[in-house]
Ligand binder design. Sequence first.
Ligand SMILES: Nc1ncnc2c1ncn2[C@@H]1O[C@H](COP(=O)(O)OP(=O)(O)OP(=O)(O)O)[C@@H](O)[C@H]1O
Ligand SMILES: [Mg+2]
Length: 254
Amino acid sequence: MKEQSAAEKSVPVIELRHVDKHFGDLHVLRDINLTVEKGEVLVVIGPSGSGKSTMCRTINRLETIDSGEILIEGEPLPQEGAELTRMRAELGMVFQQFNLFAHMTILDNVTLGPREVLGVPRDEAERRAMELLERVGVAEQAQKVPAQLSGGQQQRAAIARSLAMRPKAMMFDEPTSALDPEMINEVLDVMVELAREGMTMVVVTHEMNFARRVADRVVFMADGQIVEEGAPDEFFDHPRTQRARDFLDSIKGH
Ligand SMILES: Nc1ncnc2c1ncn2[C@@H]1O[C@H](COP(=O)(O)OP(=O)(O)OP(=O)(O)O)[C@@H](O)[C@H]1O
Ligand SMILES: [Mg+2]
């Protein structure tokens, strides 16, 4: 790959600067500073309640912040309106619960955003949707409704739906934790493939093998703070803090 110039390198896809957030008395995000470069896979791990989901949600403005800044390709997140809708569409988001629209076919789930938000004509949206469904291995399910699919198939369809918006980055919040064990790998495989193709990704996960194999960088959060940050091998083999060591011990064997 061609060396990026310093100027190109200096605009991260996602940047959080001094982000703070409270839920009432709870200081849920404490001075979060984070950059995600183009093509980078960032894995976020940490104990339950440490603020991982909240951080992901603030990046998409599903949650507001009290102070600090969130920039997408150097632009501040708009507060509201059409600009916010457009920006939000640029960040794909896949959650633990496969939040597909239950009453719509898989194909309609995938074409809805491109048609309604991007104004893509139906036939073109459907052609592209079928390509994406093919890519994640559920093309033959296109005419079914979500309840007729397995959890793993639904989650792969949800990934296809996000990709249909041609996002600048994909965010995954524990995308495999609601899945039966035998379906976890089929979803992780799709994510590995995406990473390989150069997608910029933020992944909250407890799948440590995936983190080790795919992450460019691991961020460890505890109590609303980024406690450690580093290359996966460095983090997993030589955690610097007791918090991280305790956490890694607690999930061993999972
Ligand atoms: N809407 C809300 N109102 C009040 N408190 C909230 C809200 N959402 C989350 N919290 C609290 O904020 C803290 C961080 O929650 P968050 O969901 O971000 O943690 P997490 O790291 O994603 O945890 P998990 O691993 O269990 O998913 C928790 O203490 C949670 O109870
Ligand atoms: Mg969470």
